[in-house]
Design a protein around this ligand. Structure first.
Ligand code: DQA
Length: 150
């Protein structure tokens, strides 16, 4: 696990965390969540890079740039979860394990949120635990990477 390189991606509107529908997404900002993730990564001795974009293309470009220099991806695709085949294809093309996370429990919300086009290419999905979804997702991803290396 030590030295693992993880890319953490946040999709559209997650830059608004803290002031975006706090009853659903909590009061923590994205910068605070990234700090929590970086601290956990330091404790676990793994390297993380974080990136947020409101643009599908920019997220795909970031995945393509990282290809060949990565051991895993942790992603909250935001609304792209529900319809972005191009993001899903880029994630599948990356060739590394990925874990999908959501702050809210997407299955307890509107029907259009119950379907993820990303989940079929993910190792697993964690949702509904607020910022803890990200931390749990990071730990789950690292466990999966270690298992695959054994
Ligand atoms: C979200 C859930 C999505 O349905 C929504 O579009 C988001 C945030 C979450 O973290 O709960 O932007 O991914």
């Amino acid at each position: 696990m030590a030295g693992c390189r993880i890319l953490i991606l946040h999709g559209p509107n997650l830059n608004l965390l803290g002031r975006r529908e706090p009853e659903l997404y909590g009061r923590q900002t994205l910068a605070e969540i990234d700090q929590l993730l970086k601290k956990r990564a330091r404790d676990l001795d793994v390297q993380v890079g974080t990136f947020q974009s409101n643009s599908e293309g920019a997220l795909i470009d970031r995945i393509q740039e990282a290809m060949g220099h990565l051991d895993g991806i942790l992603i909250n695709p935001g609304a792209l979860t529900h319809y972005s085949y191009s993001l899903r294809d880029a994630l599948a093309a990356s060739g590394v394990p990925l874990v999908e996370v959501h702050l809210s429990n997407i299955f307890a919300r509107e029907p259009f949120r119950h379907h993820s086009v990303v989940s079929p290419v993910a190792v697993g999905i964690i949702c509904g635990f607020g910022e803890e979804s990200y931390l749990l997702g990071l730990e789950a991803l690292l466990k999966m990477i270690t298992k695959r290396q054994d």
